[in-house]
Design a binder for this molecule. Structure first.
Ligand SMILES: [Zn+2]
Length: 213
């Protein structure tokens, strides 16, 4: 779809007249009309306002010319994955797991340095392999970037208490390792290392170790 059709569709879906849309984004009704006729496209500042108003990315308004990929974790993004700034505008460079509330969610991203990132990852792998001494834990070869909401399991402690250790909105490094009879889940960031086990499809998760770094 082209920008002219996208704007028309979003405007009518929201039940706005051309006049009303014009008023919301500080342009004239004629400007809106020209967008919808395909004579012009909105300028950058207006695209930002339209993006916020319609709750779609600028990339979507422009007819999705780019495949959006998070610059931190490399995840392909659709509009529901894109992060936002504190003022509600989309930040189309990052996914919402890597960047939230105007900040990077993982200290490693702040460095903005792929080499440093690889160094930190190597250090965490080394710590999993040499510091923890967990029987049956396969050797850790690699760590992937993981969204908190997928790895924030609820554990039942020996006293029956239920507990979660992670933040659904943060990003972690981790992996899943196949042991002899069960799976091991490992998760880490700059502050901690966590090892758990679970059965098929994540059933019956058990915390093996949570260690501060
Ligand atoms: Zn990301």
């Amino acid at each position: 779809m082209q920008t002219k059709d996208i704007i028309f569709e979003l405007r009518t879906k929201k039940g706005l007249s051309q006049d009303e849309l014009a008023e919301r984004v500080f342009v004239t009704r004629q400007a809106v009309s020209r967008w919808e006729n395909g004579e012009t496209i909105p300028n950058t500042e207006t695209l930002k306002l339209l993006s916020k108003l319609f709750n779609v990315s600028i990339n979507t308004l422009l007819g999705s010319p780019r495949e959006l990929v998070c610059e931190c974790c490399g995840m392909p993004m659709n509009d529901s994955h894109i992060s936002r700034e504190n003022d509600g505008f989309f930040n189309e460079d990052y996914c919402r797991w890597c960047y939230a509330n105007g900040e990077y969610t993982l200290d490693i991203w702040k460095l903005g340095d792929k080499k440093k990132f690889e160094e930190i990852k190597a250090q965490l792998i080394k710590e999993f392999n040499t510091l923890l001494h967990i029987e049956g834990l396969p050797k850790v070869e690699d760590l992937n970037v993981l969204s908190g909401e997928f790895v924030n399991l609820e554990y039942i402690l020996p006293n029956g208490e239920k507990v979660k250790f992670l933040n659904d909105n943060a990003t972690y490094l981790g992996n899943q390792l196949e042991g002899e009879s069960k799976c091991y889940g490992i998760v880490a960031n700059m502050d901690f290392l966590l090892v758990c086990t679970y059965e098929e499809n994540g059933a019956n998760p058990k915390l093996v170790m949570y260690r501060k770094r």
